[in-house]
Design a protein. Sequence first.
Length: 109
Amino acid sequence: MLVKIQNSGGRWTLFDNAEQVNFGSNIHTINSEAEMHDLVPPDVVTQGVFILPGITLNSISPSSPIQVGVVEFVRSQKPYVVVFSSLLYICNDNGKTVEKVIVEHGRSN
């Protein structure tokens, strides 16, 4: 599978050869940087990646929350958790879209 997430400026981050791809259908509202980090397991093997175009972690607060999606997968036998606030495509090995997820603007208000 291919996991494709939009960055700022129309660029994309690609994770090829992704296996066991899991996107929970929940969009999370985050009120602090600590809540953001709680989405990634605190173990030494999981690779946590944050793709938050136009958002700095220290700007997140109860008065300025953001909405994020979370996708988990295994790549090269290493678990990944990607927290994103943009557009996500999950594609099969032929590049055909299996699932598309949009997190609107990242900011929830």
